[in-house]
Design a protein around this ligand. Sequence first.
Ligand code: ADP
Ligand SMILES: O=C(O)[C@@H](O)C(=O)COP(=O)(O)O
Length: 419
Amino acid sequence: MTVLGAIADDFTGATDLAGLLARSGVRVRLHTGVPVAPPGDDTAAFEIIALKIRTAPRQTAIAEAGAALDWLQRAGAKRFFWKYCSTFDSTASGNIGTVAQALMQRLGLSQTIYCPAFPENGRRVFMGNLFVNDLPLAESPMKDHPLTPMRDSNLMRLLAPQVSGSVGLADRTFVAKGAAALRERIAQAGAHVVVDAIDDADLAVVARACRDMVLMTGGSAVAMPLPGLYLEDGTLSRDAAKPVAPALGSAAVVLSGSASAMTNRQVADYLARGAAAYRLDPVALAESGHQAALDWLSAQDLDRAPLVYATATPDEVRAAQQRLGVARAGEIVEAALAACAIRARDLGAQRIVVAGGETSGAVTQALGVNHMEIGPEIAPGVPWCYCVSQGTELALTLKSGNFGRESFFSDALDVLEAA
Ligand SMILES: Nc1ncnc2c1ncn2[C@@H]1O[C@H](COP(=O)(O)OP(=O)(O)O)[C@@H](O)[C@H]1O
Ligand SMILES: O=C(O)[C@@H](O)C(=O)COP(=O)(O)O
């Protein structure tokens, strides 16, 4: 029986949520896109639908999230979770609040909460302001994100233009008083309530206070305590069926389309380890296409997990965007990396590491993957996922731009080796 149905605005975010929920030992199933077939009898306790709508036009985002909600309701879910980025990545007009409001309308709700905190990855919310490690969001490297540069750290100000209802705050002084006091505060705080949390203990209080809300929204970490709460009161029984790692060949590829500060360090680390690498230049791709990258990949020893990357500094990204336009630069890079993923699979690679949320969406869609089982976690919020692409079993990991330590790419391959 499905206890919670979740909708994620991007693919890395969906695997992040899936990995954190799966820590509890309950069954989590991840669908990429809204499944075409109606739900069967074997639905998991936690069903997640990954969408690629973080930067989509508002009406597209609302329509796709609505279709996902319908499917999850048909799967039997009575409670829902809207997952977005722990750095609140959104465009000026949406889509975090926009989609939340649309889901509220469809569910007949007058209220939801917003809690992007993910303390294990340094994201904390205090007095409604989001911090990334020791910096306010707008001073963190997120200010330079290629598609969703975050130039304000105040979540209420970010949310207000995205919704028509009132925006309020349940600050940490209420969280510190425990679940009952927090619940009371939230009830009085308006339609769209930002909730503070600076550590996992705070998130446990928030989850306890909101566990019966029909719709919660946030980063993955505020959902992490939910399986424990549902197991505690018998809403859910533990399902020990762990996905079995498929037998995989040793060929692998690393594809990086994230331009985050952390991914830049991870690419540098992997290069320093002697990895064979091909750098994608968006302007050259626009002029000549990506055949040269495919030819390079075909000549590589995939047992040594070569890297194809567009990862670049903020200045380099800006220069490419000025030449090509923001959307086109992103699309060209995503298309090239998606084509590399298909080529790598066709050359026998069954281990594919992808860095970047939009990039992961493009790669996963191109591979025609429609659902994934959740395997071992490589770093907080980044699990290996097992899936099938055109009849080939694959292990795929989708790394959010800023997640993982410097050695992430080699960590990922090591973790899979040990699985
Ligand atoms: N060198 C580059 N120049 C311009 N755009 C780039 C470059 N490298 C990557 N991009 C684009 O930037 C976007 C990065 O977003 P994403 O893949 O979501 O990474 P992250 O997870 O870091 O946010 C993608 O659309 C990608 O195609
Ligand atoms: O919540 C998070 O930080 C991640 O799950 C996520 O959504 C990150 O997005 P990208 O950095 O665009 O991959």
